[in-house]
Write a protein that binds this ligand. Sequence first.
Ligand code: ATP
Ligand code: MG
Length: 113
Amino acid sequence: MSDRFIIPKKLYGREAEVQALLAAFERVSGGSAEMMLVTGFSGIGKTAVVNEVHKARETDAKVEQWKTQILAALGENAQVVVDVIPELERIIDSTLDKRSRTALSLLNGSLSI
Ligand SMILES: Nc1ncnc2c1ncn2[C@@H]1O[C@H](COP(=O)(O)OP(=O)(O)OP(=O)(O)O)[C@@H](O)[C@H]1O
Ligand SMILES: [Mg+2]
């Protein structure tokens, strides 16, 4: 048991606000310009909502970075490793090389004879 009282960092009941800000980020990443104003009484959670958006953006950037690194390291063998570690597909799937897939399905075909 912890001997300290730890207040969780989780944000409650602000999914809609966080989504609205993330959607705006998505739109401006397409080149348009927008300004969002976050208003409310002191302590209502404005800073907390904005911080949550930053966290989500940082996580996206991290996953992108992992994807690049993993694909660079695995190269043509990406699909073989994904077959052993299926969770990896959630990170690298969208950019997985089509040729590796085809090569692997052919290989699977020959192995299953
Ligand atoms: N929905 C929420 N879920 C969990 N914690 C929250 C939520 N909203 C606010 N808090 C917490 O309440 C405290 C005050 O929130 P915050 O500092 O974000 O308010 P603020 O609107 O930025 O205030 P100010 O106008 O004084 O800057 C923080 O500790 C924050 O983590
Ligand atoms: Mg604040």
